[in-house]
Design a protein around this ligand. Structure first.
Ligand SMILES: NC(=O)c1ccc[n+]([C@@H]2O[C@H](COP(=O)([O-])OP(=O)(O)OC[C@H]3O[C@@H](n4cnc5c(N)ncnc54)[C@H](O)[C@@H]3O)[C@@H](O)[C@H]2O)c1
Ligand SMILES: [Zn+2]
Length: 344
């Protein structure tokens, strides 16, 4: 088991990689615990949950709403949960985001922790203190920054995760390596087979290295003013592709990272051989790197990006593998690039 710590303005968060779901009991306070989970995770792992009352929500992005938050408040009130309650989110990124938001707002804030059960939640959603829900069709529109007391990443639960869900986690993992750590990128290149097979030592090392990179960036810039923007590598285009083409988040990010890599090469920041390495790694992890989409509709979606500044977008490029740089790029330039780089 490996342990690391995030020190944020809203508190400290301990991340335990390799601790087991069954071992979570030892991290819980003496006060009453309420588990928040989704129906799939409850079906698969409910029997291994620590002794506690359980609130089960549905699954899928459409339930990540204020209505769901309200039903949880309602259940907590029915349970007579007071400020001593500890909320434990056990599930994917949706469960973690909702649990963090409920815990930050119920009775003006109660203690909470996460046991993320998807690869994406282990390396991304549970780390960094962002919590929240979607509102009127806008993703993560309402939320707060707040750190869970602990995050327990148990790699064993990933074995039941569908391959496409795992791939979404791998997209974020490649992102971490590409923006921050060339050695880690090489490790991933060497470990594709083991990673895909969820070989315990390899997957645990990968989760740990990714969490280190994300938490390091978050520790330096919790509220996303500068450094943290690097985590948007592949995401500016990715979000637009996700909305326009209706592909999964991780798949859209993978395509977005490739487009950003090609744009980096076109600007002589990245060696064409490095573009090939990124493509090979993503393909090895069963992620798409190209998509036939209408460049115009993507540009329109980009125009609605909440991180847009006038006619420019903050765009993360690579000045070599392991070294992200942020540039402002006019939307008009992107349209030209998109036509050439996504629709190849
Ligand atoms: N807070 C953040 O910083 C942050 C970062 C990235 C993503 N997110 C959010 O995370 C969400 C996506 O998270 P996700 O990809 O984990 O999706 P998810 O929570 O919907 O989980 C994906 C699916 O896998 C199921 N599942 C969960 N664990 C399982 C397991 N061990 N075995 C089998 N099935 C399992 C779930 O029931 C669900 O159907 C999005 O809402 C996104 O906005 C938040
Ligand atoms: Zn992402």
């Amino acid at each position: 088991m490996k342990r690391l710590e995030i020190v944020g303005q809203t508190g400290r968060s301990q991340i335990l990689v390799g601790e087991s779901l069954a071992g979570a009991e030892g991290f819980l306070p003496d006060s009453p615990v309420v588990v928040i989970t989704d129906e799939n995770v409850f079906r698969l792992y409910g029997a291994q949950f620590p002794a506690a009352r359980v609130i089960t929500i549905g699954a899928g992005e459409s339930i990540k709403t204020l209505e769901t938050v309200q039903t949880i408040y309602d259940r907590l009130i029915q349970m007579a949960a007071d400020r001593s309650v500890f909320l434990l989110g056990i599930g994917g990124g949706i469960v973690c985001d909702i649990t963090g938001f409920v815990a930050s707002t119920y009775l003006r804030g109660v203690r909470f922790g996460y046991i993320p059960t998807t690869l994406l939640a282990q390396v991304d959603a549970s780390v960094g203190g962002k919590t929240g829900v979607n509102f009127m069709g806008y993703k993560n529109m309402v939320g707060v920054f707040n750190q869970p007391e602990f995050v327990i990443c148990d790699p064993h639960v990933l074995t039941t995760l569908p391959e496409a869900e795992r791939a979404c986690g791998f997209a974020e993992i490649v992102k971490h390596a590409a923006i921050a750590d060339a050695d880690y990128f090489e490790l991933l290149e060497r470990s594709v087979d083991g990673a895909m097979a969820l070989a315990p030592d390899i997957i645990e090392r990968i989760i740990y290295d990714s969490v280190v990179i994300k938490s390091d960036i978050v520790n330096r810039d919790e509220k996303e003013r500068g450094e943290r923007r690097k985590l948007n590598f592949g995401h500016t285009l990715g979000h637009a592709i996700e909305k326009t083409a209706g592909v999964r988040h991780g798949e859209a990010v993978s395509i977005g990272m490739m487009a950003a890599a090609r744009l980096s090469a076109a600007r002589n920041l990245l060696d064409p051989e490095e573009v090939v390495r990124i493509e090979k790694l993503l393909t090895g992890l069963k992620l798409p790197t190209d998509l036939k989409v209408d460049a115009r509709s993507i540009i329109e979606a980009l125009g609605r990006d909440k991180k847009r500044q006038g006619d420019d977008l903050f765009f993360v490029l690579l000045a070599g593998i392991g070294n992200a740089v942020i540039e402002t790029i006019p939307l008009a330039t992107l349209e030209t690039v998109l036509t050439g780089s996504i629709q190849r």
